[in-house]
Design a protein around this ligand. Structure first.
Ligand SMILES: Cc1cc2nc3c(=O)[nH]c(=O)nc-3n(C[C@H](O)[C@H](O)[C@H](O)COP(=O)(O)OP(=O)(O)OC[C@H]3O[C@@H](n4cnc5c(N)ncnc54)[C@H](O)[C@@H]3O)c2cc1C
Length: 403
């Protein structure tokens, strides 16, 4: 039976980055991924990287976004991986006078706390993003934000982990697990060549939107819900979109109503079939496609795009970049995001079992936050002490025995 110090279930950005840091710290790490590396959300996302600075008093969100930004830079600039990373900045459109007031208050509050964002007139926005709509009331500019190719990046973290000694095993669907008296883990997988058996002292769950069913295999309930995100793309073309693009519309709507109740995650675009708001993110890839998405809907692992939602999203994008009217949709796709029920990441030790950790609940921004989430968890496992910045991500607040 292959034996490791640490087994990680899941080969998305969370699992791959955790594997890289733990291997670099000298641990014998095995990653068990049932499909391919970057085969789920981490490979199909929009590639937008969040972050508005460390702020005067850095909190978890600042660590995850700004810390990850540094990790993207390190992999591409210092270690030579091509992630298609660039720190492009983000423009967020403002569509109504009410949204303008909200955006102005947000900008004033956050800049007073040491964060980097500016309110631009349409003229100022068009000087850095020539296709921007001159008729909108204004734009928020977030200069520290960036973008990268999700599949290349996730694979780069997995390669760096392998280079540091990790075993990255794909096609290994974890179907059972248990612990011996001394607390070490036995994991059983199903694979094409028959069942596999693995053993390790420590287990890390990095199964994204599948943390809940994986937790059920050991009798614990992990409150992470699968949320469908969907996207569309134009044909490839010469560069026309220079920033990542967003809109303040959803943040404005969520500021007054961020979820129906505690049985569903906050900040979704839908309650059942009813649309609550329009959310928007997009960019032009290095290959030339202009890609956009935004909807966040509970859809029980269904990754068939829903066309009414794609059309609403396209209209929203055209309000920001009017030239998109002339560009037909060439392809659509969807993936499953891991939303925790309280909206916060779940990173740290699960106290219900010995030697059990999780890095999950990274929701709609796990690509941009995953690397630092993995690094903080690796430091926790290495030292045995929880970094204080992870207090608010403590799994003890929400993980419970399965009933
Ligand atoms: C359309 C879309 C757009 C998005 N846009 C952005 C964006 O612009 N910026 C951003 O930061 N984030 C974005 N996100 C969110 C981001 O993709 C996720 O938060 C992030 O990828 C989650 O990473 P993860 O490693 O936790 O999960 P995943 O990438 O889902 O990885 C989990 C892995 O676990 C594996 N697994 C599950 N069960 C088992 C099992 N039993 N045995 C073995 N392996 C198993 C799965 O196969 C999967 O590969 C977007 C997501 C979507 C869907």
């Amino acid at each position: 039976m292959p034996e490791a110090d640490i087994i990680i279930i899941g080969g998305g950005i969370a699992g791959a980055s955790t594997a890289m840091y733990l291997s670099q710290l000298g641990h014998r790490v095995t990653v068990l991924e049932r499909g391919e590396i970057a085969g789920e959300a981490s490979g199909v996302n929009a590639g937008g990287l969040g972050g508005i600075g460390w702020g005067a008093v850095p909190d978890l969100q600042a660590y995850l976004t700004m810390g990850s930004l540094e990790e993207f830079k390190t992999l591409q600039l210092d270690h030579g991986y091509d992630l298609e990373f660039r720190q492009s900045g983000t423009l967020q459109s403002i569509h109504t006078p009410q949204q303008y007031e909200y955006a102005r208050d947000r900008m004033l509050r956050l800049t007073s706390q040491g964060y980097a964002l500016e309110l631009l007139t349409p003229r100022e926005a068009m000087s850095i993003e020539p296709g921007a709509n001159p008729e909108l009331p204004g734009y928020l500019y977030l200069p520290l934000r960036g973008q990268a190719d999700p599949e290349k990046t996730t694979r780069a973290f997995a390669s760096a982990a392998a280079n540091a000694g990790a075993s990255i095993l794909t096609g290994q669907n974890v179907i059972a697990m248990g612990q011996t008296g001394n607390g070490s883990w036995h994991i059983r997988t199903s694979q094409l060549a028959g069942d596999g058996e693995f053993r390790a002292g420590t287990l890390v769950l990095a199964a994204g939107a599948w943390c809940r069913p994986v937790g059920e295999l050991m009798g614990i309930k992990i409150p992470i819900a699968p949320v469908r995100g969907q996207m569309w793309a134009t044909a490839s073309m010469a560069p026309q979109v220079f920033h990542t693009i967003g809109s303040v519309e959803s943040a404005y709507d969520w500021s007054s109503q961020n979820g129906p109740d505690s049985s569903a995650p906050p900040e979704l675009t839908h309650q059942g079939e009813t649309r609550l708001t329009r959310h928007l993110y997009g960019r032009q890839t290095k290959g030339g496609e202009i890609i956009f998405g935004g909807d966040r809907q509970l859809a029980d692992y269904d990754v068939n795009p829903e066309f009414d939602g794609i059309e609403v999203n396209r209209v929203h994008a055209m309000e920001v970049l009017p030239f998109l009217r002339d560009l037909p949709i060439q392809r659509t796709w969807a993936g499953t995001m891991p939303f925790s029920l309280d909206g916060k990441p779940i990173i740290g030790k699960i106290p219900l079992r010995d030697n059990l950790f999780i890095v999950g609940g990274l929701a709609s921004s796990g690509f941009g936050r995953g690397p630092m989430a993995g690094k903080l968890l690796a430091e926790y496992i290495q030292s045995g002490h929880r970094p204080s910045v992870l207090n608010e991500a403590d799994p003890a607040r929400c993980v419970s025995p399965a009933t």
